[in-house]
Unconditional design. Structure first.
Length: 284
């Protein structure tokens, strides 16, 4: 995984203003991460038509929320980076307002699902553009983001983009934008698959005779604990699975079903393929 030597531990030295367009759940998670990494609040501008109480409260720390005349003449100053965190369907109306803030030295990072580098280039020509796909564990600093940049992204620009994205978890880079649909299908949509697993385990436990509340707690804690073990362990997932499985035991009996021809691997392969196809359709 690429690292950012200049901004890895702190964003205090960011060379200009950072503009966040959209402060919903993901935008707010990133904002919290940046402040935790010592980004000076006075260098932050948030453009959000319906800011939450928590976002409004940041004005007391020096963050500028929806400043009037948000352009360089309006006091924002030199914009080092713009992060676009609005819903994809609102992008055609929202992006033109950024044109006055962006020049060839501005790093533009988009976390909009399905919006390609080509789309961004059409709205913000000449900018160093990064398309990124985070996921919802970013809200607790445990997300993973995959990013791809256009030809204008220099090493310093990539370093800054990496640091901005790393504020909510791990970051990986790819060179081929075509991979982003599969990335979305695996990690972007992936938390929903894990939550469904917890749901299914709870329902199966209740069907086996457990009280529903106990079955839900067992499923929830097992999925959460196993995820943390996977996070901390250097061992492959297959090895960790094998460590739980005794030959001829109860786990082995269950895995015969889950790993059968029409089992979980085959089902997940079809599910990810379907999500990938849908991502391509949405991107046009």
């Amino acid at each position: 995984m690429a690292r950012s030597p200049k901004f890895a531990n702190s964003l205090a030295s960011i060379p200009g203003t950072l503009v966040l367009l959209g402060a919903g759940k993901m935008g707010s998670a990133m904002l919290a991460g940046w402040l935790a990494r010592k980004l000076p609040p006075k260098k932050l501008v948030v453009l959000e038509p319906q800011p939450s109480k928590a976002i409004k409260a940041l004005t007391r720390r020096g963050v500028r929320i929806n400043p009037k005349g948000f352009d360089k003449a309006g006091g924002i100053g030199k914009v080092a980076a713009v992060v676009i965190a609005v819903k994809p369907q609102t992008a055609p109306e929202a992006l033109p307002a950024l044109a006055a803030l962006v020049d060839k030295n501005t790093v533009v990072v988009s976390i909009m699902a399905g919006r390609t580098l080509g789309f961004l280039q059409g709205a913000l020509p000449g900018a160093a553009l990064v398309r990124a796909m985070p996921n919802t564990p970013a809200a607790i600093g445990r997300g993973i983001t995959v990013a791809v940049g256009n030809a204008r992204v220099t090493a310093p620009a990539r370093s800054l983009a990496h640091a901005l994205l790393a504020a909510t978890g791990s970051v990986e880079w790819v060179d081929d934008e075509a991979l982003m649909d599969a990335v979305t299908a695996v990690s972007g949509s992936g938390p929903a698959y894990v939550f469904l697993l917890a749901e299914a385990m709870a329902q199966a436990g209740a069907a086996a005779g457990l009280p529903a509340a106990l079955a839900e707690k067992l499923a929830r804690e097992t999925v959460a604990g196993s995820g943390e073990l996977l996070h901390r362990s250097p061992l492959p997932a297959a090895t960790l699975r094998g460590n739980v499985t005794s030959p001829g035991g109860t786990t082995a009996a269950a895995l015969e079903v889950l790993m059968g021809r029409d089992g979980l691997v085959a089902l997940m392969t079809r599910a990810v393929a379907a999500a990938t196809r849908r991502g391509r359709e949405l991107a046009g």
